[in-house]
Design a protein around this ligand. Sequence first.
Ligand code: DQA
Length: 156
Amino acid sequence: MALRPDELSVLVLHGPNLNLLGNREPEIYGAETLREIDALVIAEAADLGASVRSLQSNHEGELIDALHAAADQGVHGVLFNLAGLSHTSIALRDAITAISVPCVEVHISNVFAREPFRHRLLTAGACVGSISGFGAASYTLGLRALIGYLRTRNAE
Ligand code: DQA
């Protein structure tokens, strides 16, 4: 049975240091603030008939708790940029595989065109897919991909 689009609820998680967007290395991460990125995602979600809640945290455990809560609360999908933790956190990867809520990972910069330590993404392999390198548009592209995936899966 297909879900109606307005039944889709998406959690957006932003990891460490993303609260500094706008000021943080704008030549890499662009001029948009996190608030502006959230506004873009909310507008895109409204277009797609989904509702979005967003959370930024600089703490790994808080992000893990948010993933657990998403599963408990029946959130349909999670869009996240786990920032530096994408490269290091086995605990976040384990949380993603533990919850069985579809996740899409995004990165503002093209991590594969940067330092070698950014080429390894521990969390992306536990996701439905990932998007990297399109600036703030990585989030809206990721949201479209996630919602497309959820609709297709629920129509099957
Ligand atoms: C980032 C890329 C990461 O390597 C980095 O640690 C970040 C931001 C991005 O969105 O491009 O904090 O996730």
